[in-house]
Design a binder for this molecule. Structure first.
Ligand SMILES: [Zn+2]
Length: 208
């Protein structure tokens, strides 16, 4: 409800204050006004586009730290003119614009990861941007911030985990998705912590 109220106020203001550009047609940086914050990694722009931050994943509405991640996103971008750096892939499967978002020279995804409120989520098309985010993720893990108090709380229940040297997910050794990894691409992680440390994110099938 709180977010809806924020949106309502800004929708009114947006009619008066418009400094944004039209829909993305290329990968040039674009300025846009954020009029809604949907959750930790998704915002709505004055021009109607919904932007999903590239490279990270934040807690869903039924998960711990959802409120904290959403609030930090509000604090960072709500009502502000941000700069979008569109990804190589323009849209995700839900039709949301994929972009890196920068506000006041702050890379928003990096702030979320630093606070332990976002997890690095790599894809082939965003690999070039992952380095600084993985570094921040290591710091957040070591400091035990946010989601890391839960994600790494219990003991590992596998002796090791696996992934691909050209992929971005890690799996339980018995996962059907892991069976398709070529032998010369197969990589092992001694713990979930090691996999997260390297910027891998958990497979949504085997949920390691
Ligand atoms: Zn898996």
């Amino acid at each position: 409800m709180k977010l809806r109220r924020y949106r309502g106020i800004l929708l009114g203001l947006a009619a008066l204050v418009c400094s944004c550009v039209g829909p993305a047609t290329d990968r040039q940086p674009q300025s846009a006004l954020v009029i809604g914050v949907i959750d930790g990694d998704t915002v709505e722009l004055e021009d109607g586009r919904v932007v999903r931050y590239m490279c990270v994943d934040t807690p869903e509405h039924d998960q711990p730290f959802y409120e904290e991640a959403t609030q930090l996103n509000i604090d960072l971008v709500y009502g502000k003119t941000v700069t979008l750096f569109p990804g190589r892939r323009a849209l995700d499967r839900y039709g949301r614009t994929l972009a890196r978002v920068v506000v006041d020279e702050i890379f928003v995804a990096e702030s979320l990861v630093t606070a332990g409120l976002a997890v690095v989520y790599g894809f082939e098309d965003n690999e070039e941007y992952l380095g600084p985010l993985i570094a921040r993720q290591k710091e957040a893990i070591d400091a035990g911030r946010g989601v890391w108090t839960l994600l790494l709380a219990g003991d590992d229940d596998e002796e090791f985990y696996v992934g691909s040297t050209i992929g971005f997910r890690f799996h339980r050794p018995g996962c059907s998705a892991a069976a398709g990894i070529r032998a010369d691409h197969m990589k092992q992680y001694s713990s979930r912590r090691e996999a997260y440390y390297l910027g891998m994110s958990p497979c949504r099938n085997c949920r390691p």
